[in-house]
Every structure is written in C-alpha cells, then in structure tokens.
Design a protein. Structure first.
Length: 174
C-alpha cells in the first residue's frame, strides 16, 4: 500500500444481508465495496446466517480487488492486472512473511491445510465458524478522541460482560 500510495480511511464489515439480491437465476452477493477510492471499504466477512466467517482467501482476494479500485474505477484490463499483482504480492507475503522490500511484514495468515484447492467460484460455506463477535468495538463511552476503544478497554468490557452473564445465570438457578 505504501509503494502505491494507497490509503483507506475506513475499513469496515458489510452486513451479510445488505447488497444481496435474488432472482430466477439465483442469489447475487456483493462481497466488497470501495466508496470514493478508499474513503471507505466494506467487506462481507460473515456467512449469510451470521454463524461463521467466509473463507479467508475469499476475503483476502476481495480486499485486493477493492484496493485496486483506489486506482482504477472501471473493471478494465489495467484494473484486473493491478488486482492480480496485489493478489500475488499478498500471497508472497503470506508465504514468506516478507514484504517486497524484504522487511518483516507483521502479516498474519491462518495455517493452511494440505492440498487445498483454489476456488474460482465463491460459495457461502462458512470458512470459520464461531460464536458471537463484535468487530471494531463499536463502544459506548471510554472511546479515545477518534471514537475508538483501546484494546485494554475492550478486554475490560469483555470481562465485565462475562461476569454479568455469570451472575445472571447464577441468579436464574436460585
């Protein structure tokens, strides 16, 4: 991103039910959206049933696609060439942990299973399953001047919520 002078003001989750349409030919799901060349990028992270997350590689490829829209608005040959370049670079960083200039990236990718095939068509098969998560905090009070909670505040709120839930369960048993 630094080399291509890309910036994204807001990277956020797209609600799984937004930007979905149904027709006789099937269901169409928009996986990502870039507003005003990086002012905001929305990515569809969760499965439609909210029970888990989409496949990691699909999310990663969608982000590369949306970042290419910072440079090219239309889906022309230059756009697709840039998207493929970003995908190759991210794959190289994921494999080696090294950026183009050779520095450590701090980039994390989940472990890969052996013999995993690359998907061309996107299926909503729930790459990761999980419980209830709140992405980005979203908080009430205790935000810094940018409206963002610190990681310490997020952990404290989570601990308080667990304690409150445990007390409510204990009260329910009485």
């Amino acid at each position: 991103m630094a080399r291509d002078r890309l910036s994204v003001q807001l990277l956020t989750e797209m609600d799984p039910l937004s930007n979905t349409s149904s027709s006789a030919s099937g269901v169409t799901r928009l996986l990502g959206l870039n507003r005003n060349k990086g002012e905001a990028i929305e990515l569809r992270l969760r499965t439609d049933d909210y029970a888990g997350f989409r496949d990691y590689k699909t999310i990663r490829r969608t982000l590369c696609h949306e970042l290419a829209h910072n440079t090219h608005s239309e889906h022309d040959k230059d756009f697709w060439a840039l998207t493929r370049r970003y995908e190759r670079e991210v794959e190289r960083i994921s494999d080696t942990g090294r950026t183009v200039d050779g520095g450590g990236s701090g980039y994390y990718a989940p472990e890969r299973g052996g013999g995993e095939e690359e998907e061309e068509e996107v299926h909503d098969h729930g790459g990761w399953t999980g419980g209830e998560y709140v992405l980005g905090g979203g908080g009430i009070g205790n935000e810094n001047q940018d409206g963002v909670l610190t990681s310490r505040e997020i952990r404290a709120r989570a601990a308080e919520a667990r304690l409150k839930k445990a007390r409510e369960e204990q009260e329910g048993r009485r």
